[in-house]
Design a binder for this molecule. Sequence first.
Ligand code: ADP
Ligand code: MG
Length: 698
Amino acid sequence: MEDLSKLFGRNVFNESRMKERLPKETYLALQKTIKDGKHLDINIANIVASAMKDWAIENGATHFTHWFQPMTGITAEKHDSFISPIDNGNIIMDFSGKELVKGESDASSFPSGGLRATFEARGYTAWDPTSYAFIKNNVLCIPTAFCSYGGEALDKKTPLLRSMEAINRQAMRVIKLFGNEDVTSVKTTVGAEQEYFLVDRDMYDRRPDLLFTGRTLYGAMSPKGQELDDHYYGTIKSKVKSFMDELNVELWKLGVFAKTEHNEVAPAQHELAPVFTTTNIAADHNQLTMELMQRIAKKHGMVCLLHEKPFECVNGSGKHNNWSISTNTGKNLLDPGETPYENAQFLLFLCSVIKAVDDYQDMLRVSVTSPGNDHRLGANEAPPAILSIFLGEEITEVLEAIEKDEDYDSKEKAIMRVGVHVLPKFPKDTTDRNRTSPFAFTGNKFEFRALGSSASISGPNVVLNTTVAESLKQFADELEGAEDFDEALNKLIRRTIKKHKRIIFGGNGYDGDWVNEAERRGLLNLRTTPECLPCYIAEKNIKLFTEHKVFNEAEMRARYEIHLDNYSKTINIEALTMIDMAQKDILPAASSFIKYLSDTIISKKSAAADLDCGYELETVKELTHLENKMFADVNELKDILKKIKASTDTAQKIAEDYKDLVIPKMNEIRNSADKMELLTDRDYWPYPSYADLLFGVR
Ligand code: ADP
Ligand code: MG
């Protein structure tokens, strides 16, 4: 293979390319704009655009696009060619600074939650210069934020950038209290580990449920599942290996630091982990990763499933959001450090996260909710729907000692005084033992493990950044006015631990007892999307986000509406797909097989009246029973859907009806169908089975 160092970032207009191709003054001016987050002067933009265009054309690009992340959760692009007509029917290749910096887009077909009045369909895209432009499929892609005419965020990126500013503002106040004169900014970093399934493309094409909903709505479990754990870290099949090889190369070209890849617990399931980077870039990169996974899988005769729960009774797919905060001088603020001073600062930042997770459990929970993720959270394969923090034994003991003003190490009998004593060394690898925690401290970062596999990571990071910013704000307010800083710090940390320790839990999160224990502790247990979504419009949350200028109230209400609407639509499509499959494929298949068995009985009886027809008779009876039950349930489901459609209830009530009326009915239908599948001749069953799907890629 080609030299990797040359390959990496080849399709990206990154810093070294800017340095190479821009006049020095332009390069410096652009760097300054990026650092200060100011508007780009149009003269500079013109020079940058022209250099970017030349580079893009040299590398095969013919079009450009403002690449953005609307509320659909995936990315959007509308291609414009560089071609501009000039006199005599000739053309030139043109790309202006204006086109680079700002785009106008028809926003009317993207979800806006009522923010965009229909008479004002325009939306604007604005370049996020902190994320590099790149070439994908011969198109120069410019990462942008997407806003309405009135400036309200219509996308996932705008609030993410605002939340990074919010945490920067508050963390800098705290940083200054500890000296740190050299630090000028703070940013959060993320590494998003991505799980996914690969299935054979021909089999996928024969399953309407996978095609329309991304998950199997029917399917009896195959005789073998994941119970032997023989897939986890197992040898990677050659077809999958060539997919991964191509994926890596394409990601590297785009400057995505794809690092590890392995087989996951479930058969056909895999994972990709990148090296962490600045949060907004990590969000862009994760979107690109998901997009490339799907495209490259197709080239290799497979389909990449990013749904949270493609198969019942088999582990679903999630995403682990590794999150930390670091300074522009390269110091990770969640790294315990070596000196009493570093330790004290670390403990304060640690406490800011503990407080944030406890105070805003509801917002963190709602940030990972989706109809797909409802199948995973709390289903003994993923963290429960209850938020809690795992800190590891050592840190938990340190915090207990600080809270009680007691000896930490019984051998040394040293009293742990924040800012005075050095923390004991924490062996990093012992902090990662608990895989059942939704939010685990892993040595120098937190791992938020409740994200669904298909989700954009922006939402959860908006919440993490903003809620921690709020903790830091309260800490700074208190400490800035303190007469004796060390004393005030000690008190603050002790008080924070005491107040928020209920959120710390080191036990088994999959254990049923935890649900009761969490309830005793007063922790929230929001099981489903309709239960979570009202958090968006809870007064305390609106206050939080508006105060930190991350969302205004209208934007939060819009997001509430968008998510409700998405939930109801998703379940509606699933229900309709289910009905369609039942009526056109499954019930007719069962009938045909019943006919075949009945004909066999007649043939047998005419051959010899006393021939035993036990198998045929019993199966006909059982199948007929299931078929009729399923038919009745399908009709009931149709009625329920009709009623919901005609209803004039609120969007909240409608979403709840989907959850309480539609989903249980769908489960009943599936239950009958899966039993029928087990009784029906393979040749009669209309769809590839779970065995085919899970073990079909060779
Ligand atoms: P493993 O889980 O295999 O032991 P790590 O814990 O080192 O590996 O990393 C898991 C993920 O966490 C990777 O994506 C990695 O880049 C990311 N990560 C490591 N350090 C940080 C950090 N400071 N901020 C954000 N993510 C990080
Ligand atoms: Mg990990």
